[in-house]
Design a protein around this ligand. Structure first.
Ligand code: HAM
Length: 423
């Protein structure tokens, strides 16, 4: 085959797309319950939007962005994440003027040039939320509860772990950074090249290592909680109280740092051990300086994003039965001269909201019946020579085998009455 999807990208075929729709419907429904409104931003942005927010030394910016130079010397990038884009839109449209608190959610594709493997693509999809305006811990709790509710509604709450940390405000982080560097300095020669680099650029990211040797060195490293300011500690304690009140289980992990530079105070991740090495379903945190850093008025913010493919992988592992949509009626027309009547009846039924599949291949009765069964239709309507002559239509209920003739003029009423019995 000459043309294939690019490495790390996937087609979402009908066998899968109905599952996406199911998940998306739950997301829309729950976000509405919490008063979140959908925001859609462009697929590409100025490259510097990401280098300035995600961080110029982050993995995303140093090696994973799809970027190009456009005409007029502008550098553009396919969005590798959405927080920066949403903050850009928030600033550009002065959304803070509308209300002191703004709650958004989004869904869509993102692009990172990572090494593809199970659960890791180069084009992947996230749904996420971002809220602007509240610096208070109940806002942190609200978004964690929202994430938890979505995963619970999917039946995944027993398969996941919530890791929670606070990386404190700037004062805390800069003191901790120094302490960590002081601790790591004697071991510098034993660190990997990437950690040596991070030692200079962003030592906290060394805590993210999966390297066994580095992990054993880090066992005795200082922990960030010893550097919290009073404000950091109080904020973190309040979140924990609220999560406890809501029975949301969490593990405090003082080594949890995230790969994006904009975080302050709260950071969290939801992981599942059933996903293998790419175990993060969702990650997020507070970014109280980002809005200002990208040119807006000082406004606190917090959000998270979840990988849709990873949630679907977990659902598959759990063998979740997502109901596949099927047509109510399969329309079999066996006579060419009956086609206009079949088109009219099908149209009238569709206008009443019924889902109807009509054969357009003029196949035999047997082939069409086989098709109707295969796609799970509830009823079959048959319009053959004798039905045409008598202005009737044969109705077959594929679920119980019942069959009867109905006047063509009464078909729509018949189905409406049938439905009203069940509603
Ligand atoms: P992130 O941790 O980079 O955070 O990504 C969030 C989630 O996206 C991950 O937990 C994972 O489920 C999914 N994900 C990331 N990369 C890939 C990939 N290559 N293939 C498949 N899934 C992937 C952010 O993007 C932040 N913007 C989250 C945030 C929102 N923080 C505050 N607000």
């Amino acid at each position: 085959m000459e043309f294939r999807a690019i490495k790390g990208t996937h087609d979402i075929l009908p066998e899968e797309s109905f599952k996406w729709r199911h998940l998306e419907n739950i997301i829309h429904q729950i976000c509405a319950q919490y008063g979140y409104q959908e925001i859609r931003t462009p697929i590409f942005e100025q490259s510097k939007l990401f280098s300035r927010s995600v961080g110029k030394d982050s993995d995303i910016v140093t090696k994973e962005m799809y970027s190009w130079e456009d005409r007029g010397n502008t550098f553009l990038t396919l969005r590798p994440e959405l927080t920066a884009s949403v903050v850009r839109a928030f600033n550009q449209h002065n959304l803070s003027n509308l209300s002191p608190i703004q709650r958004f959610y989004y869904m869509g594709p993102l692009f990172r040039r990572e090494r593809p493997q199970k659960g890791r693509q180069r084009q992947f999809h996230q749904f996420g939320i971002e809220t602007f305006g509240s610096k208070l811990p109940e806002q942190d709790a609200e978004i964690i509860v929202l994430a938890w509710q979505i995963l619970s509604q999917l039946g995944l709450d027993k398969k996941i772990d919530l890791q929670l940390n606070s990386i404190g405000t700037d004062v805390c982080r800069s003191a901790y950074r120094e302490a960590l560097k002081k601790f790591l300095k004697p071991y510098l020669n034993q660190l990997s090249e990437i950690s040596k680099r991070r030692f200079k650029t962003n030592p906290l990211r060394i805590l993210d290592t999966k390297n066994e040797k580095e992990l054993s060195i880090l066992e005795n490293a200082p922990l960030i909680n010893n550097f919290y300011t009073e404000e950091d500690r109080e904020h973190f304690n309040e979140i924990k109280t609220y999560l406890d009140a809501l029975n949301i289980p969490f593990n405090v992990n003082f080594r949890l740092v995230r790969g994006l530079d904009y975080y302050t105070k709260t950071v969290f991740e939801i992981t599942s051990s059933e996903l293998g090495s790419q175990d993060a379903i969702l990650g997020g945190g507070r970014y109280d300086s980002l809005v200002e850093h990208l040119g807006g008025k000082p406004t606190p913010g917090i959000g998270f994003a979840a990988g849709i493919e990873r949630i679907l992988l977990l659902l598959k592992k759990k063998n979740s039965k997502i109901p596949k949509p099927f047509p109510d009626i399969y329309f079999i027309c066996l006579e060419k001269k009956g086609i206009p009547a079949s088109l009219i009846i099908a149209k009238r039924l569709r206008l009443k909201g019924f889902k109807i599949v009509s054969d357009t291949l003029r196949r035999s009765m047997k082939a069409q019946m086989r098709d109707a069964n295969k796609i799970g239709a509830h009823f079959v309507l048959i319009l053959g020579a004798s039905e045409l002559q008598n202005k009737v239509i044969t109705l077959k209920n594929l679920k119980n085998g019942e069959q009867k003739k109905i006047k063509q003029d009464d078909v729509v009423d018949f189905f409406e009455t049938l439905i009203s019995k069940f509603v």
